[in-house]
Design a binder for this molecule. Structure first.
Ligand code: ADP
Length: 189
């Protein structure tokens, strides 16, 4: 099995690179952002709870997120491996993932962090807002998401670094160049 956490601030390209990694390595994708947007579109109770939180760029509660992950992993235990995108986003989520994986006799092999400067993130997200109309891709929410990332999510890097599992990757350049950097890390594991 190959279990990867793809890490980085909003707009760093996790979704784009996840798609390519999934295709190459046959992994199962876990994007908590996509899962929440699906709940929202289906107007479930969870989706309605998450809506205003996401529109403000704040984090949905650890309890909700961990419950979603637990359900999906349990239904997918035959997979070749998992790629986590947008999760874990707090140290509590990282600890919960380790507990769940311990129970299942699995482990995270590596966390790869896409490193991109703040102004480039803002430019990419504003462009995505224009192209795709995502409700949280407007300047005020983008700035809040980056602040929330720095305060609550960046510490997750230290969690994996302490365990010898963090690898930083330059997240600027062409999509293929960045993908090759990620593949280089995975091939060297
Ligand atoms: P981005 O990484 O571009 O900010 P995502 O699609 O990963 O976007 O997430 C969108 C929103 O969904 C976040 O701003 C947050 O409100 C919520 N969200 C996604 N994943 C998590 C998570 N693991 N924990 C808490 N909230 C989350």
């Amino acid at each position: 099995m190959l279990n990867i956490v793809l890490f980085g601030p909003p707009g760093s390209g996790k979704g784009t690179q996840s798609e390519k990694l999934i295709e190459k390595f046959g992994l199962t994708h876990f994007s908590t952002g996509d899962m929440l947007r699906a709940e929202l579109a289906a107007e479930t109770e969870l989706g309605l709870k998450a809506k205003s939180i996401m529109e403000r760029g704040e984090l949905v509660s650890d309890e909700i997120i961990i419950g979603m992950i637990r359900n999906k992993i349990s239904g997918d235990s035959g997979s070749k491996g998992f790629i986590f995108d947008g999760f874990p986003r707090t140290v509590a989520q990282a600890e919960a993932l380790d507990d769940l994986f311990d129970e299942l006799g699995m482990k995270i092999d590596v966390m790869m962090g896409l490193e991109v400067e703040e102004q480039e993130l803002i430019n990419r997200l504003l462009k995505r807002g224009q192209d795709q109309g995502r409700a949280d891709d407007n300047l005020d929410t983008i700035k809040n998401r980056i602040r929330v990332y720095q305060e609550q999510t960046a510490p997750v890097m230290g969690y994996y670094e302490t365990r010898g599992k963090y690898r930083g990757v330059n997240g600027t350049g062409s999509i293929d160049d960045i993908f090759n950097r990620l593949c280089g890390i995975l091939e060297g594991l």
